[in-house]
Design a protein around this ligand. Sequence first.
Ligand SMILES: Cc1cc2nc3c(=O)[nH]c(=O)nc-3n(C[C@H](O)[C@H](O)[C@H](O)COP(=O)(O)OP(=O)(O)OC[C@H]3O[C@@H](n4cnc5c(N)ncnc54)[C@H](O)[C@@H]3O)c2cc1C
Length: 409
Amino acid sequence: MPMPVVHADVLIVGGGPVGLALALALGAHELSVVVVEKADPEAQLAPHYDGRASAIASASARMLRALGLAGLLDGFGCPIRSIEVAEGLHPDVLHFAAHDDEPLGIMVENRDLRAALLAAVRSSPAVRLCAPATLRRLDRHAARVEAELDDGTQIAAGVVVAADGRRSALREAAGIRIARWRYPTTALVSIVGHARPHGHVALELFYPSGPLAMLPLNDQADGGHRSAVVWSVPQAMAPGLLKLGARGLAVELRRHLGGRLGRVELAAPVSAWPLGFHHAERYHDRRLILVGDAAHGIHPIAGQGLNLGFRDAAALTQVLVEGVRAGLDPGDPAIARRYEAWRRADNSLTAFATDALARLFGISLRPIARVRRLGLGLVERLPPAKRLFASIARGTAGDLPALLKGELV
Ligand SMILES: Cc1cc2nc3c(=O)[nH]c(=O)nc-3n(C[C@H](O)[C@H](O)[C@H](O)COP(=O)(O)OP(=O)(O)OC[C@H]3O[C@@H](n4cnc5c(N)ncnc54)[C@H](O)[C@@H]3O)c2cc1C
């Protein structure tokens, strides 16, 4: 006997941080949502699944608070009160500080972020999470979207959102092309313990081999200090560094930090992430909308990738909620067009700026290094330029959707 059809306003494929945040936001506005995630959520919470941590910019943090995740940010997050950018250990430092109570961003381990989003989604009456589950069929008809899951569940929805990450199968099936390139760089990511406190400072140190970012994490229960490390190195160098093992890598890190954090030791396995850029030529097709890494992927140099995805989720929530309130069908192309018009400029600008930064700081020639130092010094002495960079880091620049101001629509 065929299974009864589950009806929803929105079907989201992909229960990563962006898909789950979007589901929560839509549910908070009484839109009904089904999320299909192929991985087992419990497996996604295992320590080895994703040992990264993310910098949640302050605008994204406002959205998470509005969606009921204050406990995650206050309980597990470590506020970034200032950012220091320097050319290696050169004494000229570009320094951004939070001048009010709101930090520049909050560092959260991805595992904690996933756990909090999952718990919130599970307790949202408007959201049904199907996981682990895969799509056996997805038909985007003129009048609605119909899907069938591998367990036979039938779903009918007004629109399907692809939140299925950088290799989005939905994007490919729709024939949406992407501009893409690979950086000749690998990011080595881990968590380190260190003897001296970080003082809530995020460090971005540019070396000829690539940038080294140290991002503050909460102290351990026993008072031990910790930071997340994202070390971008040339692809050819990565295997050699990995071969050094935990002790050798810790020595290298300490040397690159000039002893600033004292003795350093690895507190988690090191994972290696090949880095690339991609941007979809368009964000929608018939009854299909792309969000997060399905639409764009950028260099992690400025820790903005996930934040762009959260901004997509906030803008899409607003256009869907306002569209449905005005009597439109969620799959109306006018909603998708408004979403793309709102998000493309910010995504393109951030993608372009991070790409330019990654390339500029990837050049090891001495004269270029001198120009970079001059540039850092210039921004340091120009308060309006500093304010602009700080507002970009916070995600508070431009025309913000309500959720990024901490309000529901
Ligand atoms: C080294 C590194 C460091 C980074 N640091 C930061 C940072 O500090 N701050 C920041 O903002 N960003 C950072 N980023 C970027 C950030 O990790 C990504 O932008 C973010 O994970 C994208 O979230 P997403 O939900 O769009 O996609 P994903 O996290 O990729 O989630 C996609 C989900 O879809 C599921 N899925 C895939 N296909 C299907 C299918 N067919 N059916 C059902 N489910 C499916 C997957 O299982 C997955 O759960 C970093 C990236 C890297 C590589």
